[in-house]
Design a binder for this molecule. Sequence first.
Ligand SMILES: C[S@@+](CC[C@H](N)C(=O)[O-])C[C@H]1O[C@@H](n2cnc3c(N)ncnc32)[C@H](O)[C@@H]1O
Ligand code: SF4
Length: 384
Amino acid sequence: MLTTPPLSLYVHLPWCVRKCPYCDFNSHEGRGALPFAAYVDALLADLDHDLPLVWGRTVQTVFFGGGTPSLFPPEAIDRFLQAASARLRFAPGCEITLETNPGTAEHGRFELYRAAGVNRLSFGIQSFDDGCLKRLGRIHDSGEAEAAVKLAQDAGYDNFNLDLMYALPEQTLAMAERDLERAFALQPTHVSHYQLTLEPNTVFAARPPQGIPDDDGAWDMQEHCQALLAAHGYAQYEVSAYARPDRRCAHNVNYWRYGDYLGIGAGAHGKITLGAEQTVLRRWKIKHPTQYLVHAGSAQAIGGDDRIEPARRPFEFMLNALRLVDGFALADFEARTGLDRAAIAAPLATAVAEGWLEHDGQRVRPTDLGRRYTNNVVSLFLDD
Ligand SMILES: C[S@@+](CC[C@H](N)C(=O)[O-])C[C@H]1O[C@@H](n2cnc3c(N)ncnc32)[C@H](O)[C@@H]1O
Ligand code: SF4
């Protein structure tokens, strides 16, 4: 039996000051005055359209992602949250995160985001090295990044994440470690540490920059940085995520545990367990903000619906759950896929024999080796 898991709400805000050359997110350079109020109207129409999928359920976390959500004025975020919480029950202490580009921080903004209910920020820092920031095409320098975080702290934010990337053009191991040291000085509760990837259809993929560390160099950085993070009290809990005790990102953890989420906004993806139909629905919205603004709230804003057949669920589940250092409980596998654990007995045994996974009858965890070869492990669970 499929049982409904915790529910999150993802809200996509699609504009940026400038498109970064490595970025393949659904983000668009905003020219002229942006239609913030109309976009909030569209989000609410989109939410109303999706509400029947989640009647009676409680939202555990909200995440404003982008794009650059911090381009939106606090009044727009406030209006959205007030209207959303009138339509959906928000759990007490609901984690509400807003992604912030340090280049958009303005005095007084963070107080108002906080008053609107945003209780966690995620800063796109990328690096504290001005040369690296320039090569990445960022709109801020390291001084502005530190100043933005300090403004947020002055506004009372003590729960925030810093996004850093490593294996950057012309970056050495010492530079990657210095980035972390400067991050630690700001006392974040969470650090996301991503290896730069060259994504198809980006400027970097078309014209790769000079001096990107090779695989061994990147691996070396990852290992050293992981040790440095651990030494400063940031435990790795997912491939790229490190947190102080009790400060994991509840929203992302819900994704990785194959929880449910409504996705609203241009190009947003959602995944919802439909108990009555005993199926898992994936739904995504059309990507382009201009068209989204016109169609939100109608069937034309739906980019697609996909009902995940039982045979595909083990692969989907593993793709997420095996990113987590703690792995997953077999009972959760059963509740969230609607399948008996016997359905994965054979690939599980193979992965254990390879030394990729370990399990004690209750929980399954990836080993260090398994975390290095995640793709191989996950592919064992493909339906063929
Ligand atoms: C959607 S972005 C949101 C943050 C915000 N838009 C910004 O860039 O300041 C989330 C994070 O993904 C990471 N990211 C984006 N593109 C990446 C890439 N090609 N390789 C690795 N990490 C990437 C960056 O660290 C970025 O901060
Ligand atoms: S600011 Fe963030 S979302 Fe926007 S283009 Fe740059 S990396 Fe992508």
